[in-house]
Ligand binder design. Structure first.
Ligand code: SF4
Ligand code: SF4
Length: 257
């Protein structure tokens, strides 16, 4: 599960699937602590979690959240922070200190000069740290958010809206709890769904545009029923790709994709 701790981002990338903009919508500390107990109950088989956004480093309490995460999970889990990398570049010394302090802390930096307007110097020392992974060429662009408004061509590997895997597993397997569902998703290497939003709501896909029908305070029955009943068509361009791939025989609907 992604934990989207903020909606805010100042980077203004032309392809942003979340259409992220500067804003004040950050997860509160009390919601974050509730998210941790929700995660412990529902995804205790995962090796760790990912902070995402927006840009996680625009959250004013980011290091407080990191501290609480490791207080809560100790050495049992790893925490990855998905970032555009600018905070790391501008605070190398501080980030190194936190990397020393938390051996299970990782960073996933994504930058691609074709889409990210602010130049990132990936030759800086911090980007060579063994727990900082840098992706400098996007291999997956979905037709959502600003990629649609800016008419960015989706990559060929786009197959379907991410929420479909939740539905396919519920259709095909005996699933009685969210924990079972997440365990099965992991088996199929699907890690990003469902995603928890800054306000404690849960989306069945990864995008900010995904409807939030349930929250971390709802029980398994309500969440599983909502996944089954959800009839979202909130990313029509991705659905179009999905249907055309099915028609062309490129996808098998009876497996997770
Ligand atoms: S793609 Fe990432 S860095 Fe770029 S605007 Fe969106 S959230 Fe910000
Ligand atoms: S917008 Fe709707 S259909 Fe698209 S991924 Fe999100 S929940 Fe699924």
């Amino acid at each position: 599960m992604l934990i989207k701790i903020t909606k805010s981002c100042h980077n203004g990338c032309i392809h942003c699937c979340n259409d992220s903009k500067p804003c004040d919508e950050h997860m509160s500390l009390s919601t974050f602590l509730d998210v941790l107990s929700f995660c412990k109950k529902n995804d205790n088989n995962l090796i760790g979690h990912e902070f995402a956004g927006g840009e996680p480093f625009e959250h004013p309490l980011i290091w407080e959240f990191v501290k609480e995460y490791f207080v809560y999970f100790g050495k049992d889990k790893i925490l990855t922070i998905a970032t555009n990398g600018h905070y790391l570049a501008e605070n190398q010394q501080l980030v190194c200190e936190y990397l020393d302090k938390y051996p299970n802390l990782f960073f996933q930096v994504t930058y691609d000069e074709r889409f990210y307007p602010k130049k990132l110097d990936t030759t800086k020392r911090i980007f060579h740290h063994k727990r900082v992974c840098v992706t400098d060429r996007l291999t997956h662009i979905t037709p959502t958010g600003r990629a649609v408004t800016n008419k960015i061509k989706p990559t060929d590997n786009v197959m379907c809206p991410p929420c479909i895997n939740l539905k396919l597993i519920l259709e095909q397997c005996n699933v009685f709890s969210l924990n079972d569902l997440i365990k099965l998703l992991r088996k199929f290497n699907k890690y990003c769904i469902p995603s928890i939003q800054w306000d404690g709501s849960i989306a069945f896909g990864e995008y900010d545009s995904c409807p939030k029908i349930v929250t971390i305070y709802d029980d398994d029955n309500k969440i599983l029923k909502a996944i089954k009943d959800d009839d979202c068509n909130g990313c029509p361009e991705t659905m179009e790709i999905f249907y055309s791939k099915i028609q062309n025989g490129d996808l098998k609907i009876k497996s997770t994709i």
